[in-house]
Ligand binder design. Sequence first.
Ligand SMILES: [Zn+2]
Length: 235
Amino acid sequence: MQQPQPGDYIDIHVHGGKPAPGIFILESLMAHEEKLPTDNPGVAYTFGIHPWFLNEDNHEKHILSLDQIVRLPSIIAIGEAGFDRLRGPSAVLQRQTFEEQVMISEEIKKPVIIHCVRGWDELLSVQKRLRPKMSWLVHGFRGNTVLANQLLSKGMYLSLWFEFVMRPESAGLLRALPLDRIFLETDGADIDIKHIYDKVATDLSITVDQLKKIIIRNFNTFFGMEPPAAARLSP
Ligand SMILES: [Zn+2]
């Protein structure tokens, strides 16, 4: 398994990323793409069934292939998986497919990367029902402090949406977030993860090197086996 090296930037959510010196990427493979991980330095993989590409006809096929592929050592998490109220199949099928992925995550002891658009009630209700021991990371987060607090209090990690995090008004949320719960991402968009780190380090009044250390530590914790405790925004 590939791991970030000291001094690396981590881009925690990428599609179609290219390995680059000094940048560690987590490439998010989606079941419908039918791509397998390859052994590239500086790249680790997740594998999941994205709600946009799920339907009644492919559900069973995707679950069966996922159940095998996520056991590969190069796959370090399940996802992205979750809920999308604006795109994808029925809420019932989205929920069933998410729960199935959560159960596999618990069985193989790998965490979950979550895609969630307007499906927070569903997400929280699945967590309440299944009581997972593995950590969950919400990627592309762009919500307010109330929602952030709700997710943090359930032990979740947040990776901030690249467009939101570059806006000046995201500084307030960034300063309130517990630093041991954050990740940064490009989501495969045409933006340099280094620019995102620069902006966030400035907002937090820390150096980029300090920010790199924080996020590498978060990476190691998130992909370890310890379930996280609840956290809160700082006042
Ligand atoms: Zn994505």
